[in-house]
Design a protein around this ligand. Structure first.
Ligand code: ADP
Length: 462
């Protein structure tokens, strides 16, 4: 018999749309919800969407509050919380937080601290991929310790190369180097940026691939060694290495290659002994070679579209796995890999309060009007999407995630466009006009895109 410990109360150590997403999952499971909020989030919506809400990080900054491990644990203990969901960002990939939860007898809804640690360090993650027999991009096996090492890597593999922070994430901590003359300065900058952004100056080098697609595979794994994949997402539509539009499944990869990539992801997570939800990311070159880049040991922003094509609730599965259920138990209901099938196509757009006409500068202020699109096949995951909401400069600019599902890709794109045109947001500019251009673009509609699409397609900005 599996050892199951059902949760009565779950705290979400996060804010915005992902906090609300997790509350919804809990409520449907009959679990009481606890929100925490910073002083700056005093009137933010997530606080009012939980059964209970408590201030954390008093006197601290807006970000620091959500990183205040002891303040969050204090709230959890005082209010008989059984488990904490970290969402994404903030403490989601902080192994120390997962350990502290364990020490306090609170379940961390996510992987074990060892896996957070292993995949939080991109160099360790690469090493794991190599052990699992998965192709990695030619790169330095360890963080580099000298300028000479970098020079010889460049000479051996040719330019361009990319400098990456070992602890980097969110598209930050990367620097592309086109020629040897730029190397010294780029290295110095990358190191100091990595140190200040991630508290770790270690950087490593990779060959910079030309026009790859970003393909990632969603994994679910229970405590008993069962691992499944929920197929792939294409997240190639990026701006400055950050995802803007995501599609599931991939439109343009040959079937055999998709299968190979899905299998590789499965193999890696099996080999690592991973537990809970995670994503394995790959780059795929125009000649259809695929390479591992990293594992994200947490729920991702774009998990919504995988839920739409598989019908599997990833956040509820995370909770059930953390309670101790096996994948095949009726509470999760995934009997085998073969039983998971996909239907149709889903697209997600990240609507942000950024002005596309002014280089995506973040906007702040009050939403004087907020009306969203909708209809069959549309899913909305909003943080502060309501008339009167105040958009502050303290947090990232994600306003609402719009996901569209249809039986075929073209219909999903049309549905997305139609929905975007229905939005009426006043008071603060958004990137909706830009997103409308993306989802109508002929290259988007034929799946003919890679990670350089936005940077090389001027008409998107018109
Ligand atoms: P992060 O953890 O910051 O998201 P990733 O390693 O996942 O960083 O990379 C983010 C994006 O950066 C990728 O989707 C891709 O567009 C680009 N990228 C990363 N490594 C390479 C590489 N070696 N060659 C080309 N593009 C890369």
């Amino acid at each position: 018999m599996n050892k199951v410990q059902p949760f009565k109360k779950v705290l979400v150590a996060n804010r915005g749309e992902i906090a609300i997403r997790v509350f919804r999952a809990c409520t449907e499971l009959g679990i009481r919800t606890v929100a925490v909020y910073s002083e700056q989030d005093n009137i933010s919506l997530h606080r009012f969407k939980a059964d209970e809400a408590y201030l954390i990080g008093e006197g601290k900054g807006p970000i620091e509050a959500y990183l205040d491990i002891e303040s969050i644990l204090e709230v959890a203990k005082r209010n008989d919380v059984d488990a904490i969901h970290p969402g994404y960002g903030f403490l989601a990939e902080n192994a120390e937080f997962a350990v502290r939860c364990q020490e306090e007898g609170i379940v961390f809804i996510g992987p074990n601290p060892e896996h957070i640690q292993m995949f939080g360090d991109k160099v360790d993650a690469r090493e794991m991929a190599v052990k699992a027999g998965i192709p990695v991009i030619p790169g330095t096996p360890q963080p580099i310790s000298s300028y000479e090492e970098a020079v010889s890597f460049g000479q051996q593999h040719g330019y361009p190369i990319i400098i990456k922070a070992a602890s980097g994430g969110g598209g930050r901590g990367m620097r592309i180097v086109q020629r040897e003359e730029q190397l010294q300065e780029a290295l110095d900058r990358a190191r100091s940026e990595a140190k200040s952004a991630f508290g770790n100056a270690a950087v490593y080098l990779e060959k910079y691939l030309d026009k790859p697609k970003h393909i990632e595979v969603q994994i679910l794994a229970d405590r008993y060694g069962h691992v499944v994949h929920l197929f792939e997402r294409d997240c190639s539509i990026q701006r400055r290495h950050q995802k803007v539009v995501e599609v599931a499944p991939s439109v343009s990869l040959p079937i055999q290659l998709r299968e190979q990539i899905n299998q590789s992801a499965l193999q890696l997570m099996q080999k690592a002994g991973y537990i809970n939800a995670g994503t394995v990311e790959f780059l795929v070159t125009p000649d259809n070679q695929f390479y591992f880049i990293e594992v994200n040991p947490r729920v991702q922003v774009e998990h919504t579209i995988t839920e739409m094509i598989t019908g599997i609730d990833i956040v509820q599965s995370q909770i059930r796995i953390a309670e101790g259920y096996a994948l095949q138990d009726p509470e999760i209901g995934i009997k085998s890999q073969e039983q998971i099938s996909i239907r149709g196509y889903a697209i997600q757009c990240r609507v942000t309060t950024e002005d596309p006409a002014r280089n995506f500068i973040p906007e702040t202020g009050r939403l004087l009007a907020y009306r969203s699109g909708g209809g069959f096949g549309i899913r909305l995951d909003a943080g502060n999407g309501y008339t009167g909401a105040v958009i502050t400069p303290h947090y990232d600019s994600l306003l609402v995630k719009v996901s569209a599902w249809a039986m075929n890709y073209g219909q999903a794109a049309n549905k997305m466009y139609r929905t975007l045109t229905e939005f009426r947001i006043r008071g603060v500019k958004t990137n909706i006009p830009f997103l409308e251009n993306v989802v109508q673009h002929p290259k988007f509609l034929t799946g003919d895109y890679n990670t350089s699409f936005i940077d090389t397609t001027e008409e998107l900005f018109e």
